[in-house]
Design a protein around this ligand. Structure first.
Ligand code: ADP
Ligand code: MG
Length: 396
């Protein structure tokens, strides 16, 4: 019997559309002899749906048609199975069942551990990193603090909350100025370059902050590497075994790699293929020494953040002195970095098969640990102390 894979995508995130592209690419490439895909789409209002119409990318251009033809569902555990339940009048009906979940989501509210947290709580096997790594991977400040504590190279930065800026703008501007201009201002927990801009002076800095706080309460400002080479590596594995792909060198047309560079490829009229649209050179044109250094750093970041599945770790290389800095890990990378694995000799079908196999392995490993135990402490309790008049029964 085929394994039923629930591919979860979409969500209320600025990378909603990118996730649809990544998920449909993956679904097209999954081995149909072994797996049966059940698409699970989360719309921008966080409603969950299933239905075959979700498999055609053109249907997303006509939302009236799409929403008429897909089925609202909830994913839940019942009798040791994972059900997609739909409302049917006064009743609920099982629309479908899945054996394993495959979240292909990008950005805040989904990639940040929230989806994985739900999957963990119902106990379904799932592809990718756990709650902790996913959450840290979404927060550019916490990831830097952690990497710094382990001696990994990161660029100098300052961070603050929006209300702190409102309370003491001067102090924060002074702190940032110590980094020396130009600086790059980023919402701390977004992605796809949304809300990011470069500031060359105090006036521009203030404008950049106004832009960034539209998207997040937490802001990070970094020193700009002006003569920049951007190199990315993908890592595949879990905490026992992991391997690094060929490295890519990515190029944008703007001052930094923008949303347009990432997904529209800079070329007019080209159809977006998600992250596969970016202008890139594989392998990156860097020295063997630097390649080994980046491979080594990639495994360190993967281990440090307790990652699993396929991730992409991005680097900033200062062309002036050859220094390399970890920019950020992407816990569920655009297009799942399939193009990097293809260049490393692993086709997309095999990559997806590896990911699903890893998910089952991780699940089985976890199952061996003890999470609960028989206890009689509740039997010995006669009512709870503390609440006046409360003797074990709730009075409404
Ligand atoms: N310190 C920096 N110096 C120069 N360019 C940078 C720096 N940080 C980021 N960038 C540029 O901005 C892009 C987006 O930044 P990144 O931190 O990766 O945010 P996102 O999570 O939105 O992808 C990078 O791909 C790179 O082109
Ligand atoms: Mg990035």
């Amino acid at each position: 019997m085929k394994i039923k894979v629930g591919v979860i995508f979409g969500g209320e995130t600025v990378e909603h559309e990118v996730s649809i592209i990544s998920a449909l690419q993956a679904i097209k490439n999954i081995n149909e002899d072994k797996y049966e895909v059940v698409p699970i789409y989360i719309d921008k209002n966080r409603n969950w749906y299933t239905g075959m119409e979700l498999l055609n990318i053109d249907n997303y251009k006509n939302s009236d048609f799409l929403f008429k033809n897909i089925i609202p569902i909830t994913l839940c555990k019942f009798k040791d199975e994972f059900w997609l339940l739909r409302e049917k009048g006064l009743f609920k009906r099982v629309e479908d069942k899945i054996d394993i979940a495959f979240p292909i989501v990008h950005g805040a509210n989904v990639e940040d551990g929230s989806i994985v947290g739900y999957l963990e709580s119902i106990g379904i096997p799932y592809v990718g990193s756990g709650i902790l790594g996913s959450a840290i991977g979404q927060d550019k400040v916490v990831m830097k603090q952690l990497m710094k504590s382990e001696g990994l190279p990161i660029v100098d930065y300052v961070w603050f909350y929006d209300y702190e800026y409102v309370n003491d703008e001067e102090k924060i501007i002074n702190n940032i100025s110590k980094l020396n201009f130009p600086v790059i201002v980023k919402p701390a927990r977004l992605g796809s370059s949304v809300g990011i801009s470069v500031a060359h002076n105090v006036d521009e800095l203030k404008q950049s902050i106004v832009e960034a706080v539209k998207y997040d309460e937490k802001i990070v400002v970094e020193k700009v590497i002006s003569d920049l080479i951007e190199v990315n590596a993908s890592v595949l594995g879990n905490n026992e075994y992991a391997e690094v792909s060929e490295l890519e060198e990515v190029m944008g047309v703007d001052e930094f790699l923008s949303y347009k560079d990432k997904y529209i490829g800079g070329k007019k009229g080209t159809k977006s293929k998600g992250m596969a649209s970016t202008n890139r050179v594989i392998p990156a044109r860097i020295s063997d020494n630097l390649t080994s250094k980046i491979n080594e750093l990639s495994l360190k970041v993967f281990r440090l953040l307790d990652l699993s599945g396929v991730v992409r770790i991005d680097y900033l290389v200062d062309n002036k002195n050859g220094k390399v800095y970890v920019n950020e890990p992407n816990i569920i990378p655009g297009s799942l970095s399939f193009y990097l694995w293809k260049e490393s000799g692993k086709d997309y079908k095999t990559l997806l098969d590896d990911l699903l196999t890893l998910a089952i392995k991780n699940y089985k490993k976890k199952k061996k640990k003890i999470y609960s135990f028989e206890s009689n402490i509740l039997e010995n309790i006669n009512g709870l102390k503390g609440g006046k008049g409360f003797k074990g029964k709730l009075k409404m």
